[in-house]
Write a protein that binds this ligand. Sequence first.
Ligand SMILES: [Zn+2]
Ligand SMILES: [Zn+2]
Length: 416
Amino acid sequence: MINIPKGTKDVLPAESYKWQYVESVARETAKLFQLKELRTPTFEHTELFQRGVGDTTDIVTKEMYTFRDKGDRSMTLKPEGTAGAARSFIENGMASGVLPVKMYYITPAFRYERPQAGRLREFHQFGVEIFGSKSAQTDAEAVVMADTLLKNLGLHVKLCINSIGCPTCRAAYNKALKDFFAPKVEELCYDCKTRFEKNPLRLLDCKEENCKKINADAPQILDYLCEECAAHFESFKTCLDLAGVAYEIDPRIVRGLDYYTRSVFEFISTSIGAQGTVCAGGRYDGLIEQIGGGAMPAVGFAAGMERLLMVMEQSGVEIPAPQVPTVYLAGMDADCRHKAFEIAIALRKQGVIAEIDHMDRSIKAQFKYADKIGAKYVAVIGGNELAEGRANVKCMATGESESVYFNDMCAYFSNK
Ligand SMILES: [Zn+2]
Ligand SMILES: [Zn+2]
């Protein structure tokens, strides 16, 4: 017996309609906002993620699935969707095409996480990337798109926003943070001691209780924004007001990676029993340059599909059930089954969902099976019916039966 790898999951036939539902709502919402789908490979050159995600992040240092291929090249299964999208944007010359480029993706992603943390090693993301606009209106559009998606999925969410400024104003802020944390370094957790040296902004992200306590009094980035970043943040808020999307300003959201600039945001589920972040994003004007393209503003967000589905389930969202067969064609003997087979083929050509027996069941067992799969009608073909060229059609909801000629079956079922 070979088992599924640790940290991965099958999506079984009985459950896959839930995934299809979330995906179809995501695609429909993307269409409204004129985003086109991008599909990039499952693996990329390792260097892309080292440069595009950042080689000091946990993702790159601890969690990547990296391997040497037979040509001795270092490859990595994508740990997130943005780096590949940015690579594709540069490589396909989209920068010199019509801007902005608005894209979305639904992709598996891979991180070697400890399974006991409840995280999967292969998980799935819906993500959006908009390249080419530096306008705060675009940041707001990304947020409104995420808000629309989450509401279309039936979720209750709270939006938290912040600005983390640009490299100019962040230099001043980083200095203020260093001054604040310097006398307290010894009290910080192991990871935060490194963060203090390498990227003080990420100190604010720490989940350790003691670090959180110390962070509470730390200086806030919004007090250090340069004039342009402050104006950008004002415009961002104005657009959210115009869109009627409520928000809270949370100076604690910092999005640790270096290429993030200005607007950052998170949507948090407010459903009882299902709190937590369901979607997060921000502006990352530095990314394209960081992986070898020219200066190019960008904004985007991503949501974990597993997380969305879990929160939907926990908050009691009803996902429309998959379509049941309109008709199950039951055949008494071999000849009748052939007729049932033939009619089923004809019905399906007309777009009618039809099912037949594949297990040589008795008529009684076929009825039972038809009931189990939720067929709306059962059309029985016995020896007499076959001779007379008609079937006995029973409506499963009312129990009423009527005789329908084989030739009339398509017309009969096409509007049922
Ligand atoms: Zn600035
Ligand atoms: Zn810490």
